[in-house]
Design a protein around this ligand. Structure first.
Ligand code: ADP
Ligand code: MG
Length: 253
C-alpha cells in the first residue's frame, strides 16, 4: 500500500464556530521527510497542527486525514498518539507535583500497553531514559523535577524532543519550537531535531524564522494563507520570505 506516505490530508475543511479556518487544504508527507509550514499569523498553522493531532475543539466539516493508509479523521487524540503522531506545543505545559520521570514513564507505558508491548518498571525505565537524556544533552536531575516547572524555554523544548524520541513517534509536529529561544538554544534544539530525524520518521516544522530552516533544511516549505497551502518550494524558499516577505507569492502568481 501507500506506506511510503506517513500522512495524507485531502480537501480538509475545518470550522471554528462557523468560521472557516482550514479551507480545502491538501498536504502529503512522505516517510523520512521533513516539511516546514510557514505563513503569516492567523493563517491557520496551529489549527492545522491541532487538527492533525486530534484536538477535540475543532469541527471537521469535510475532508480526510490519512495516517499510514488509515483514515484517522475522526480518531481520538490519544489513539493518534499511540499510532505515532506527536504534537510539541509552543508553550509546553507545567505540571506541578508530577515528576518528569513518572510522567514520561506513564506516557511510554500507555503506548506500550496499547501496542501489546512490554511495559517498563521504574528501574528499567530509568536505564532507558538515561540514555535518551544524553542524546538531548540533559542531565538526570531533570527527571526528578516537576514536569517543565522552572524549566528554561530551551529546556522545555528539549523535554518535548525527549518525549517524541522516547515514544519513537513517526509523525512529529513542532509548532514554533524555535519561539523564545536564544541563538545557542536554537542551535542546540536544531541539532537535537537533526539527530532525531531518520528515514522512518517524518517531521512538520511550523516556524516564522528562516534560522531554524537553515539549521534543519526541510525538503519542502509550504506557505499557508487563509487556511490553505498556496505555495510549496524547497528550503531556499525561506530566503525569499526573509527578503521579500510573504508577498513574493502574490508576485509569482
Ligand atoms: P497561526 O498559527 O497560523 O497563527 P491559528 O491557527 O492560530 O493561526 O489561527 C487561525 C485563525 O483561527 C485565526 O484567525 C484565529 O483567530 C482563529 N482561531 C484559532 N483558534 C481559535 C479558537 N479556539 N477560537 C476562535 N478562533 C480561533
Ligand atoms: Mg500558531
Amino acid at each position: 500500500m501507500n506506506n511510503h506516505k506517513i500522512l495524507e490530508i485531502k480537501n480538509l475543511n475545518v470550522n471554528i464556530e462557523n468560521n472557516k479556518i482550514i479551507n480545502n487544504l491538501n498536504l502529503s508527507i512522505g516517510r523520512g521527510e521533513i516539511h516546514a509550514i510557514m505563513g503569516k499569523n492567523g493563517s491557520g498553522k496551529s489549527t492545522l497542527a491541532k487538527v492533525i493531532a486530534g484536538h477535540p475543539h475543532y469541527t471537521i466539516k469535510n475532508g480526510n486525514i490519512i495516517l499510514k493508509s488509515e483514515d484517522i479523521t475522526y480518531e481520538e487524540a490519544d489513539k493518534r498518539s499511540h499510532k505515532g503522531i506527536f504534537l510539541a506545543f509552543q508553550h509546553p505545559i507545567e505540571i506541578s507535583g508530577v515528576n518528569n520521570i513518572d510522567f514520561l514513564r506513564l506516557a511510554y507505558n500507555s503506548k506500550q500497553k496499547t501496542l501489546n508491548k512490554q511495559e517498563l518498571d521504574p528501574l528499567s525505565f530509568f536505564e532507558r531514559i538515561s540514555n535518551q537524556l544524553k542524546d538531548v544533552e540533559m542531565d538526570n536531575t531533570f527527571l526528578n523535577r516537576y514536569v517543565n516547572e522552572g524549566f528554561s524555554g530551551g529546556e522545555k523544548k528539549k523535554n518535548e524532543i525527549l518525549q517524541m524520541s522516547l515514544l519513537s513517534s513517526e509523525l512529529c509536529i513542532l509548532d514554533e519550537i524555535d519561539s523564545g529561544l536564544d541563538v545557542d538554544a536554537l542551535k542546540s534544539i536544531s541539532s537535537n531535531i537533526n539527530n532525531f530525524a531518520n528515514s522512518n520518521n517524518s517531521i512538520i516544522l511550523i516556524t516564522h524564522y528562516e534560522k531554524l530552516i537553515k539549521y534543519i533544511k526541510p525538503k519542502y516549505i509550504h506557505i499557508m494563507q487563509e487556511g490553505k497551502i498556496v505555495y510549496t518550494g524547497d528550503h531556499t524558499t525561506a530566503n525569499l520570505i526573509e527578503k521579500y516577505g510573504y508577498d513574493f507569492i502574490d508576485d509569482k502568481s
